[in-house]
Design a protein around this ligand. Structure first.
Ligand code: WTA
Length: 689
């Protein structure tokens, strides 16, 4: 039986049922800038837990202590920052060689209790979430008490429909309080969530659902972004056709748009309005998996990076507080979508475990115009903003007037993440956006690291911050640069593969369903250490990231495996083989360049093929994965052993053909000239579009 959801009148929209109007709310407590600055100037170490410890007088002392006594350091923090149902009896048991990572052994904990219940007594009426909806000025506020009700109700609905501890639930929702409630409701009953960015295609969603063997999907009728409606339910319907594992789809009514409700579909809002407001949280073992999040690797298949309740929560909670110097009452504005790790750690778990007020930004940096971020800062009086270098570069291009139009005096920290922040963008952020008043916090980390590992803070307040580098390892993070001989290089002004020598609580625990891949990817390349996949440069003890060392691209701050795109392009009936590389891109950081060898006898015009291939990538992965340049070539440069020499393809894509290095090992060195010649035409064709 099918029902049309949008036309079901009398349906209470869950968002309005839980909504608190701005005027009903006490304004979140805010700190005066002067008080803050004075408080910062006198603090000796940032952690009260270690204030009375002999020998720890400065940040530097604490950093040393955290590396020498990691169990004491993390144990004390986990105990004091989180609520445990049962204390742990051992801080860590890790063996990096086998990818065995366990933190806070035998501790019992639940993430939803730490993010919501524990705050009810002291800050139940404080705003937990500010939902900055797509249309500016239509924001909604949700207190901790309201969020608690939503989480409990949703958890009860899940239970009524047979969702159990250990089940995987795919969340395909727009940035909204319902998405946060869904994540926390999963954790409340011990189900593992896997959030899939709501811009992914049906095929990409299906791949993740199948890999996780998720029986449940949570979605919405439609999403709204940049004034456009996104047909989420329809995409889920297409995905479900490919997934025999799915038994139920909960549908949240975000827009009230018409959707067809099929046999598996359950109206989430309606069920929640009838559900009980109390749901006993399941106490989880600290090492139990809290969530999986799929990310690209160097093969075609994304990997389900898994994080634990106790370790992940400790690390995100501590880093959130200290990297951004979050003070009680501040409003934290992370612009990332919850579909990425940044949204998990610094929109949801880090802020909420600290009892913070966190922003859920539904729109885009350019809607309705390139002043949107700064208008949001003025309207909501954000203290912190955390965004991507790609967004910053595109706003920089739009000019200073969009920034200057709005009052940004509430801002104290300007953060960024996801890709290298180039000097020009850093300076614009510092001089124009922050008017030289705010700290620029360039943070380096990864889906696998759970939280921020390198950033200018914490450090002594007033310590220098250098442009365009994340600089300092976080407490307990033991970085190493490994040279080409596989040796740790202790020197100054050196480059190498960025590794982390000791485990830390935020480190992922496995790749879902493929522990061997976890070991092979992260712990085999440099035995005894975690390999990040990135290269870095260290000078005067400060770190700068030089980029990926594997076949992973970083496009608009999102990871993309070149193999993932090649797999899709190879499926076009006209292609014989393909090679995808990255090239420097002014705005996106890295662009996607596809070299394509066509099958014999193909006479379709290149322009038509471009359109078809673009559509293919968009439909199979997502729009951000669509190549910027297509170059059709008679063959690819291969070594005599048959390996594609990607170095050459990267250089051609980057217009850096003066020094191609040794090409004598190529089976056919002449192909290089042909590729260079054709590249000019290919780039011109793409510039025209
Ligand atoms: C890159 C995002 C330079 C890096 C939180 C890393 C960065 C990948 C920075 C992880 C930075 C992240 N400077 N590069 N500040 N931050 N990266 O898993 O290549 O989506 O390995 O996590 O982004 O991307 P992921």
């Amino acid at each position: 039986m099918c029902a049309t959801m949008g036309s079901a009148r009398g349906f209470m929209k869950i968002s309005s049922a839980f909504l608190t109007s701005k005027s009903q709310l006490p304004k979140p407590r805010r700190h005066q800038m002067d008080t803050l600055r004075n408080a910062r100037a006198v603090s000796s170490t940032p952690f009260p837990e270690f204030a009375d410890m002999p020998g720890i007088k400065s940040h530097e002392d604490l950093r040393k202590f955290s590396l020498e006594q990691p169990d004491l350091f993390w144990g004390k923090l986990a105990e004091s920052r989180l609520v445990w149902q049962q204390s742990f009896d051992k801080v860590s048991d890790c063996d990096m060689a086998n990818g065995y990572i366990r933190w806070f052994l035998n501790g019992k904990i639940n993430a939803s209790v730490n993010c919501v219940d524990r705050h009810l007594k002291d800050r139940g009426d404080q705003v937990a979430l500010i939902w900055d909806k797509d249309e500016p000025g239509t924001e909604e506020f949700y207190t901790y008490r309201q969020l608690h009700t939503m989480v409990n109700k949703m958890a009860n609905v899940f239970k009524q429909h047979g969702v159990k501890k250990g089940d995987r639930i795919a969340i395909y929702l727009p940035q909204s309080p319902m998405a946060v409630a869904a994540m926390l409701a999963c954790s409340r009953i011990g189900a593992l969530h896997t959030v899939v960015f709501a811009g992914f295609s049906a095929e990409a969603l299906a791949g993740r659902v199948i890999d996780a063997q998720a029986e449940t999907i949570i979605t919405a009728d439609q999403g709204v972004r940049g004034g456009k409606f996104i047909e989420l339910k329809k995409t889920v319907d297409q995905a479900v056709e490919k997934c025999s594992c799915v038994k139920r789809v909960f549908v949240y009514q975000r827009t009230g748009g018409d959707v067809t409700m099929g046999k598996l579909d359950i109206p989430l809002d309606k069920e929640m309005s009838a559900a009980s407001e109390e749901c006993e949280p399941v106490m989880m073992d600290s090492a139990d998996t809290l969530f999986l999040l799929y990310t690209s690797g160097s093969t075609g298949k994304p990997k389900g990076v898994s994080h634990s309740h106790g370790g992940y929560l400790t690390y995100t909670s501590v880093t959130f507080k200290h990297v951004f110097d979050y003070k009680d009452g501040d409003i934290f504005g992370c612009m990332a979508d919850i579909g990425w790790i940044t949204g998990h750690s610094y929109v949801v778990y880090g802020p909420l475990s600290n009892g913070a007020t966190t922003l859920l930004f539904e729109s885009t940096p350019v809607y309705p115009d390139p002043g949107r971020y700064w208008e949001t800062v003025q309207r909501l009086k954000l203290d912190h903003i955390y965004l991507s270098p790609t967004a910053l570069r595109s706003l920089l291009k739009s000019g200073d007037t969009w920034v200057q139009k709005y009052d940004r005096s509430s801002l104290r920290t300007l953060g960024c993440v996801g890709e290298p922040l180039n000097t020009e963008a850093w300076e614009w952020y510092y001089n124009v956006v922050g008017k030289k008043r705010c700290d620029i916090i360039d943070t380096w980390w990864q889906t696998e690291t759970g939280g921020i590992c390198i950033s200018p803070r914490p450090s002594d307040p007033g310590a220098e911050i250098k442009p365009a580098m994340p600089m300092r390892p976080f407490f307990g993070i033991d970085l190493a640069l490994v040279n080409e001989k596989g040796q740790v290089d202790e020197g100054d002004d050196v480059r190498g593969a960025l590794c982390i020598k000791k485990p830390w609580p935020g480190l992922a625990t496995t790749i879902y369903g493929d522990h061997q891949r976890f070991i092979d990817t992260y712990f085999k390349p440099y035995p005894g250490m975690y390999f990040t996949g990135d290269g870095a440069h260290r000078k005067n003890t400060y770190y700068q990231i030089t980029g990926r060392m594997d076949d992973v691209l970083n496009v608009t701050g999102h990871r993309l495996g070149t193999a993932e795109i090649e797999d899709v392009l190879d499926d076009h009936p006209a292609t014989a083989e393909t090679a995808v590389v990255g090239f420097p891109h002014d705005i996106k950081g890295e662009g996607v360049y596809a070299y394509i060898v066509l099958k014999d006898g193909i006479s379709t015009p290149f322009a038509t093929l471009d359109v078809e291939m673009k559509a293919l990538v968009k439909n199979r992965i997502a729009s951000y994965a669509v190549p910027d340049v297509f170059q059709y070539t008679p063959s690819l440069p291969r070594t005599r052993s048959g390996k594609i020499m990607r170095r050459i393809l990267r250089k051609v894509a980057a217009n850096d053909t003066d020094q191609l290095g040794d090409i004598s090992t190529l089976a056919d060195p002449d192909i290089v000239k042909v590729i260079i010649k054709h590249s000019k035409k290919a780039k011109k064709a793409c510039d025209k579009k």
